[in-house]
Design a protein around this ligand. Structure first.
Ligand SMILES: Nc1ncnc2c1ncn2[C@@H]1O[C@H](COP(=O)(O)OP(=O)(O)OP(=O)(O)O)[C@@H](O)[C@H]1O
Ligand SMILES: [Mg+2]
Length: 251
């Protein structure tokens, strides 16, 4: 589904990412962990076309997406949820989702075009999936932090991606919201390939049914199952054992 080779990028002469090889399979749910500044979000920035790397390849369904625009990459089926929620707070949940609906029309015209029953049904079905059906008419600004994150996930889902890139979905969520988010991601992982970046190790444990990748200083330190990674001495030294760099305390 996705194969990355020799991908590297520097910012101001400092290497932020230098990955020899990284690949994920169809319908795999991959979790990427690592300290602050390790390059996790930068990897997603490159995969969605927001950041151009200095070198390397990323084959998505056999096609090298490096050098393509964000629009062309999205069209090929890679959807991205950013670290900070950025929904339109003044618009209703429904209208935010309408803007995210896959359509050939531009952003502004899509607010005014006549909604078909099919499109409306699709918004409702995705809203149900992420637990926002009851809140469709509410302004997005009135949602809780967790609900805003789900709205962002809903907007990504409406683009019908085959690979979803989800950056720190549980940051700032309550325990109940975190648990629900984990269930949602596991559900999404049955239909799509999903890459999730996360710091909360309890949450990682909940969702990591496939491999976990550990990124440190722009490089892949190791990959393995949750328990392999958790008990890896290098991972403990570089990340898990450092107070404040991973949320390993009991919730
Ligand atoms: N657009 C940019 N311009 C300059 N430097 C950048 C840019 N994006 C990222 N960096 C730098 O690259 C490094 C990796 O950052 P990145 O945001 O990918 O880390 P991260 O692993 O996502 O960290 P966190 O866990 O804090 O979100 C950092 O040193 C960061 O300051
Ligand atoms: Mg980040």
């Amino acid at each position: 589904m996705l194969t990355v080779n020799n991908l590297n990028v520097s910012f101001g002469g400092v290497k932020a990412l230098n990955i020899d090889s990284f690949s994920i399979k169809d319908k795999e749910l991959r979790v990427v962990i690592g300290p602050n500044g390790a390059g996790k979000s930068t990897l997603m920035d490159i995969l969605c076309g927001k950041t151009k790397p200095n070198g390397g390849e990323a084959f998505f369904k056999g096609e090298n997406i490096i050098g393509m625009s964000e629009y062309d990459i999205a069209k090929r089926g890679i959807g991205r949820k950013f670290q900070k929620p950025s929904v339109f707070t003044g618009l209703s949940v429904f209208d935010n989702m309408l803007l995210g609906l896959k359509t050939d029309k531009g952003v502004f015209s899509s607010l005014f075009f006549k909604l078909s029953g099919e499109q409306s049904a699709r918004i409702e079905s995705v809203a149900k999936k992420v637990g926002l059906y009851e809140h469709l008419s509410k302004p997005a600004g009135a949602l809780s932090h967790g609900q805003k994150q789900w709205l962002e996930i809903a907007i990504v889902l409406l683009q019908e991606p085959t690979l979803m890139l989800i950056d720190e979905p549980a940051a700032g969520m309550s325990d109940a919201e975190t648990e629900k988010t984990g269930e949602l991601l596991c559900e999404l992982g049955k239909q799509n390939s999903v890459i999730v970046i996360e710091h909360d190790m309890h949450f990682v444990e909940q969702i990591a049914r496939d491999k976990v990748t550990v990124l440190v200083r722009g490089q892949i330190l190791t990959e393995g199952t949750f328990s392999e990674v958790k008990n890896n001495q290098d991972v403990i030294d570089c990340y898990l054992g450092t107070p404040g760099s991973a949320q390993t305390v009991s919730r």
